[in-house]
Design a binder for this molecule. Structure first.
Ligand code: DGY
Length: 322
């Protein structure tokens, strides 16, 4: 039975058990049981039944959707740090509060970026395939020779939480850290990393390049053919941020010409799905956008979204208000 005093929250995706338990304790929760992305029609329909929503990056709040939302909906408490699926000005103009989950997913995402970097550098896809398939009938000192991280230069684009966590891990591998960011970090946050005030300057020294910046109109297609060519020959590109940062045709070309030795990707322009052109190349290691997918981080993201809802419905400014 619905308690009129309790706000109604729509949760379109399967959040962690701990998140759902807490949400049900404090709110009247409507879940989309099939755990498929909420369509524009579903989002619009649910806005007439819910006071708040906890969507993921898979639910798209375009300007068109924002214009059609029912005035009952007061807050979108995203279960993501990225907000490129939300037209923020359009939602703001409708008076809808929007929050995200910064901070809590940096380590998990940096761990996945590191996994991609190691796996791309050391032929993780081919090695696994050869052993798993039973085709391993040969060994030679010239077999699956990779690229060593130790002592190599790691260029990080975007020194937010994920970039800084990746830098900490890379220091443990004795990598030389370089970065480009909108603003230079304080010396204690920089921790010896070398700042480049232009992306071009960073690319020129990046034996490994990791993209850790948000998707914005300014970063869309940032790694195009020209910029990929500025990475030293034999470089490795890692993207655990957003697919829109990379020109995927140019990346396939850079792999096929051998300019790049390898790539590690957790994000694609088409999601879900990815890019079939990448599958031709075992030196491209791929994961299906699971950078933050650990038990601890999923709980932390869900709890942060709930903290934002709790503050909002208590009449306070949510801590992660955008
Ligand atoms: C984020 O939080 O933006 C991650 O990409 C998962 O949605």
């Amino acid at each position: 039975m619905t308690d009129a005093a309790r706000p109604v929250i729509w949760i379109p995706r399967r959040l962690s058990d701990a998140t759902l338990e807490r949400a049900r304790r404090d709110y009247d929760v409507i879940c989309k049981e099939d755990d498929t992305p909420g369509t524009a029609e579903e989002i619009i329909a649910m806005s007439a039944r819910a006071d708040g929503m906890i969507p993921c990056h898979s639910e798209h709040f375009s300007a068109d959707v924002a214009a059609k939302l029912n005035s009952r909906l007061k807050i979108i408490a995203n279960h993501s740090v990225g907000t490129d699926h939300c037209d923020l000005p359009a939602l703001k103009s409708r008076g809808i509060a929007v929050t995200n989950t910064p901070g809590v997913l940096a380590d998990a995402t940096a761990e996945l970026a590191f996994m991609l970097m190691l796996s791309a550098a050391r032929h993780g896809v081919a090695g696994d395939r050869i052993v798993r398939s039973g085709d391993w009938d040969f060994w030679s000192p010239a077999f699956l020779v990779g690229k060593q991280l130790t002592g190599a230069r790691l260029g990080i684009v975007g020194m937010g939480g994920v970039g800084r966590s990746l830098a900490r891990k890379a220091r443990g591998f004795d990598m030389e850290i370089h970065y480009h960011n909108r603003r230079r970090l304080d010396a204690d946050q920089e921790a010896g990393a070398i700042y480049h005030d232009t992306l071009e300057s960073l690319l020129a020294v990046s034996d490994f390049l990791s993209l850790n910046c948000p998707s914005t109109p300014e970063t869309e297609g940032m790694m195009n053919a020209e910029r990929l060519a500025q990475i030293p020959r034999g470089g490795v590109l890692v993207n655990a941020a957003r697919g829109s940062l990379v020109d995927e045709v140019a990346l396939v070309d850079a792999i096929e010409t051998g300019h790049l030795a390898a790539a590690g990707l957790d994000c694609f322009r088409e999601e879900p799905g990815g890019n079939p052109a990448f599958s031709e190349h075992e030196n491209i290691v791929m994961m299906p956008h699971v950078g933050s997918a650990t038990v601890r981080t999923r709980d932390a993201m869900g709890f942060k979204a709930l903290d934002n809802l709790d503050a909002f419905f208590a009449g306070q400014e949510p801590p992660d208000m955008l």
